[in-house]
Ligand binder design. Structure first.
Ligand SMILES: [Zn+2]
Length: 395
């Protein structure tokens, strides 16, 4: 972990906090103006890349140009900037002509462009096209192969996110029985695998031969999406979900982090994709739908993220400082406790140093989850800290 110079908690409290935050717990005009400056610079950088042949190869939200489409959708939502709406729609239209017909997740599959397209055309008043894309999204789930994983990155949790994304932006347009069917499928796969593996935990999932804990490839992301579905029956909640949540809590290391996989001996990674940061959102949701006491685990997880501090991998959402800031923002939204917003502010301040402390160039530098577009998303999102959400994860 890096030993960078960034505002410490005590420097963000007292009279100095007014440099960063308003009394109403939003970023100060001065602070946001700096974020806006960064937004303008990164927009220029990313837009240039899009017009290269390589920029148009990957249509995923995770690493491709659809990540920029989702970012422009966010810019439109937060600022009502009409050109951003048109850019999002244009990129989504291109992606929809290149779908595989097989990949079901929001982040890396067809469900991302189809879900965003459903929402964009609905907002645009073209309800026929919106309905057409929504049906296409539903058919994608019906026709999918039986050997798809349950993960957020490329499996059924990622498909469930796409359904919930549509319902969030176009109210309750996805029938509840489709959501229920997807949740049943996820639970059935996990319960069947747990029996086969003679696991003491009711749910067991693997991704490419390994059993991961984190949001992107593992149990945290799958459980979080299932809890967000709001269709769980009480017996499932208490006989399947709760013991699995408690297993996750018991799997934490002495310092409160969680290893990348069940086989890992080290807990060195403390980033959204692997490690405890993404569990903050899971434990918050568990406190809302399972038992209020789970909020204490969200607090403990956020303390670990803060104590570990800045990540040497840099600025990204997937495994960088911006992604970890979302843990504090989630806890601030849940509790209203300014401490969490102040912690997020420390990370935002550091992210504004981009690219000064970039120790290693990201392997997909223009992407949403692994590159600069993620910073564009992050800086745009914090314009209103009461409505932030980690893209492709928080519903
Ligand atoms: Zn990552």
């Amino acid at each position: 972990m890096g030993d960078y110079n960034y505002p410490k908690l005590h420097e963000l409290q007292g009279s100095k906090v007014t440099i960063y935050l308003t009394p109403l717990n939003q970023l100060s005009d001065h602070f946001y103006a700096r974020a806006k400056h960064a937004i303008d610079q990164i927009t220029h950088l990313v837009d240039g890349y899009l017009y290269t042949p390589r920029g148009r190869e990957d249509h995923s939200i995770y690493t491709g140009y659809m990540g920029l489409a989702l970012t422009h959708f966010l810019i439109y939502k937060k600022t009502k900037n009409a050109p951003s709406f048109e850019i999002a729609k244009k990129l989504t239209d291109i992606a929809i002509t290149r779908l595989s017909g097989e990949l079901v997740s929001f982040l890396t599959g067809d469900a991302g462009p189809l879900a965003l397209g459903t929402v964009l055309y609905s907002l645009d008043g073209n309800l026929d096209r919106s309905s057409e894309l929504r049906l296409w999204l539903l058919q994608l789930g019906q026709n999918a192969s039986t050997d798809i994983s349950c993960t957020l990155i490329d499996g059924w949790a990622g498909y469930l996110y796409a359904l919930l994304f549509v319902n969030k932006h176009v109210h309750d347009t996805i029938p509840v029985d489709i959501i229920r069917k997807t949740v049943t499928r996820i639970l059935m796969i996990g319960v069947t695998a747990a029996i086969r593996k003679r696991s003491s935990v009711p749910l067991f999932y693997e991704w490419k031969g390994k059993s991961y804990f984190g949001p992107l490839h593992g149990l945290c992301g799958i459980l979080y999406m299932v809890l967000c579905s709001n269709v769980l029956e009480e017996t499932e909640m208490y006989n399947i979900v709760r013991p699995t949540l408690d297993y996750l809590i018991d799997s934490r290391s002495f310092r409160g982090n969680i290893p990348a996989t069940t086989y890992s001996e080290s807990d060195i990674l403390v980033q959204w994709c692997h490690g405890i940061p993404g569990f903050v959102q899971l434990f918050i949701k568990a406190s809302e739908v399972v038992d209020p006491s789970y909020i204490s685990y969200a607090m403990e997880a956020a303390d670990v993220v803060w104590n570990v501090g800045l990540l040497t991998k840099g600025y990204t959402l997937c495994h960088g400082v911006a992604g970890n800031a979302y843990s504090f923002l989630a806890l601030f939204r849940k509790t209203g406790d300014r401490k969490h917003l102040i912690r997020a502010t420390g990370f935002i301040e550091w992210c504004l140093s981009y690219p000064r402390f970039e120790r290693q160039e990201p392997d997909r530098p223009y992407s949403l989850l692994k590159g600069y577009t993620g910073l564009l998303y992050f800086f745009t999102d914090v314009k209103d800290v009461s409505t932030t959400s980690f893209p492709g994860y928080e519903v």
